[in-house]
Design a protein around this ligand. Structure first.
Ligand code: DX5
Ligand code: ZN
Length: 219
């Protein structure tokens, strides 16, 4: 089993020092930077606009993995892509035409991700699997960092892994919410190859980031 990609969520970082925070993640061995975009409507929290992503872009070479919790989502795709997003992930509930939205993300030159909430069935994947470069399984209900990992997510990871393999898909399987060093290995064993973590990376301040990331990788 190879080590998972670690994608720290800057939702848990110090917003007064965001540029330094993303640079510190790169030095600490992070693989991607996970950006949680919330609109105060699709989810009950309000976070990061495209101008902030653009301002962060020169501070690291790591890919920006932008998780859009915004409805309607289509009007925002281009702005986040132009701001420097490498992956754009969308919830099926955030627009009426998931197939078209995923195609549009690829047209913009980004990797297209689909996000499954805890209450969203994995069956929807079958309809769009050829358009998907990443599947993000939410292991909490989206909106806030620091929530507890929902144990049933492990079975869901395994079911999505099976579907991706059966379809010959090379899509990345990412997990987001309540991921810690205690459950990271279980997620990887179930088939995850990328882990998002906010609290578990940032909790102890910059001097702990490298150890926290290593622990999530299983070192
Ligand atoms: C929840 C976000 C997650 C979250 C992760 O809506 O999508 O990325 O911030 O934070 P932790 O790791 O603290 O659960
Ligand atoms: Zn997220």
């Amino acid at each position: 089993m190879s080590a998972p990609l670690i994608c720290p969520s800057i939702l848990a970082s110090d917003f007064a020092r965001l540029g330094e925070e993303v640079a510190a993640l790169e030095s600490a061995g992070a693989d991607w930077v996970h950006v949680d975009v919330m609109d105060g409507h699709f989810v009950p929290n309000l976070t990061i606009g495209p101008d902030v992503v653009k301002a962060l872009r020169p501070h690291t070479r790591l890919p920006f993995d932008v998780h859009l919790m915004v409805a309607p989502v289509d009007p925002w795709l281009e702005a986040y892509r132009n701001a420097g997003a490498d992956v754009l992930s969308v919830h099926p509930e955030s627009g009426p035409h998931l197939h078209r939205t995923l195609g549009r993300i690829r047209e913009l030159g980004a990797r297209a991700g689909v996000v499954l909430n805890p209450g969203t069935s994995v069956g929807i994947l079958d309809e769009v699997i050829d358009l998907v470069d990443l599947v993000l399984i939410m292991s909490v209900n989206p909106g806030f960092g620091g929530q507890k990992f929902i144990p049933a997510s492990l079975d869901k990871i395994a079911r999505v892994r099976q579907r991706l393999d059966a379809a010959g898909s090379k899509a990345t399987l990412q997990v987001d919410g309540g991921v810690t060093a205690d459950n990271a290995a279980d997620c990887v064993a179930a088939g995850a190859d990328a882990l998002v973590a906010g609290t578990a990376v940032f909790r102890g301040g910059p001097s702990t980031y490298a150890d926290n990331i290593a622990a999530l990788k299983g070192h």
